[in-house]
Design a protein around this ligand. Sequence first.
Ligand SMILES: Nc1ncnc2c1ncn2[C@@H]1O[C@H](COP(=O)(O)OP(=O)(O)OP(=O)(O)O)[C@@H](O)[C@H]1O
Length: 498
Amino acid sequence: MSSIPGFNGGDNIEESSSQPIEIEIPYKAEWRFEVPFKTIMKLTVLEGTGEIFGTELPSNVQVQFSGVKYSVYSPLPDGCKISYFSVPNKENYNISSEDGEISEYISEETPMEQYLNLHFALELYRQQATLSNLNNSNIDQQNSKKLGPKVLIVGNQQSGKTTLAKILSSYAYKMDRVPILVNLNPQDGCFALPGSITSTPISDSFDLQSINGWGSTLTSGTTIHNPKQPLVKNYGFTKIQENLELYKYQVSKLGVATLSRLEDDLSIKNSGLIIDTPGLSSKDDFLVIENIVSDFEVDIIVVIGNERLSIDLRKKFKHKLASSHLEILKVHKSGGVVELEDSFIRKTQEDTIKEYFNGDYRIPLSPFKTEIELKNFVFYKPVELLEYMSSLAFLPAGDSFTPETSEASEVKKEDNALTKYYNELTEKTSSNLENSIIAITQVSDNNKSPRDLLNTCVLGYAHISKVDETKGKAKILLPFPGAFPKNILISTNVKYAE
Ligand SMILES: Nc1ncnc2c1ncn2[C@@H]1O[C@H](COP(=O)(O)OP(=O)(O)OP(=O)(O)O)[C@@H](O)[C@H]1O
C-alpha cells in the first residue's frame, strides 16, 4: 500500500491538494482504494474502461469520493488508465480517529470473472422467463419458469454481500433488465435511511458518487439520476437482533409487496430479484434465512465464501433441492472486502441521513424547517424486544391466561397484536424524541388499527432536532416544503444530530 505524495497532513488545508497520480490497471485486474472521510479523492478515467462494482465510470469526467472502500475493475482487454489526486475534505477534517491518507493497490486475484459467470447464468433464467412469458399460452405451464431468478445472497458479516448485489444488479441493468434489488440489512440505507428495509426496481445505473454508491432517494427537487421508487418498510433499528420478531414481520410484508410488484410489470417479472441480507451465517440464523426463502419465493441461494454455511443450507433445504425448487451456489469472497469498523459504519449512516436532507455537492437541497405542536401528532416507537420480555416478567403469574368472552377478547387480541412491535408514545419528551429520525407512515392519525400500522409503508422521513417540553413543541426538519402530513409517526431508534 502506498500513500499519496504531497499530502501534507493538514498544516495548510487550503493548499494541500496532492499531485495527480496515474495508474494503469491491467485487463481483469482491480485497483483497490480506501479514501478516509477527511479526504476527497478526485478520479478520472483517462483511457479504457473501468467499473466500480459493475457500474462503469464515465470517460474523461472527474468523479469524487470520500469515506469509501472501493475498487476499479478493468473488464476489457484494453485495460484502464486512471488519474487521481486528493484534497482535504474540510467538512470532516476534525475526525481524529483516522489519518488522511489514501491507501491503494492493484490486485490480479479477483473473483470478478466468477461473479460475471454467475450473472450470465442468471441471465439465462431471465431469457427463459422472457420466452415463456412471450409464448405463455402454448408452453407447458408446469415446466416453464414465468419469473426471472429470485436470488438470495448470504454469508458472514462483511463478506461482500452488498458488493455482489451491486455487481449483479448493475450487470442486469446493462442488459436492459429491471431487477428488483431488495435490501434486508437495516444497517444500510439503500434508497432510504438506515433502519428500513427496501425493495427497489433498478431501472438506471447506480450513482457512484452518492453515499453508499446507490443513488438519490425521492426527496425534493430534480436529481442527476432518475430517482428510484423504493418500497420502504420501517424497522426502526439498525441491528436485526433488537426486535427479531418485528424484523421478520416486516420482511414478510415486504416479501408480499415485492412479489406483487413483480407480477405487475413484465420487464421486472422477467428480471427477478436480487436480495441482500445482513450477516446470517450461524445455525441460529437459519430460521431467518428460511423465512426469507419462503417470503420471497427464493429459487437461488448464493453463499459467499463460507463452505460450512453452504453445506448446512443444503441439508436444511434438501427437499427443495431434490424437487428442483431451489439451487444453492457458492462463490468466492473477494480479497478486497474490508472489515468495517463501527465508527466507519456509523459515519456512513450519518452521511446517508445528511444527504437525504441536504443533497450533495452536485445538487445541494434546502430542507424545510418547521415547528409542530406535539399534542397534535400521534407517535409510536418500536419496542426493544429485550425491554418487552423484561416487562412481561412483572406480570402476575397466570394473568395472560385469564379466559375472556369472545368479543372483548377479539378487541384485546387486536390491541395486543402491536405490543411486541410498537408502543404508542404517551410522553412526548425530549429524551424520547430529540435527535430521532421519524418515519412518516401512510396511516392517518385517526386510524388506530394496529394491523394497518404494522402493514404500512414509509412515505418519507423527518428529523426532530429540538423538543421544548414546556411549550409542547418540536423543531422538525423535512426534505420537502409543505404541510406536514397528519399521519401516524414512528420515532425510530436511529439517531442523528445536525
Ligand atoms: N473488491 C473490493 N475492493 C475494495 N473494497 C471492497 C471490495 N469488495 C468490497 N469492498 C468493500 O468492503 C466493505 C464490505 O463489503 P460489503 O458491504 O459488500 O460486505 P457485506 O457482506 O455486505 O457487509 P455487511 O455484513 O456489513 O452487510 C465495503 O466497504 C465494500 O465497499
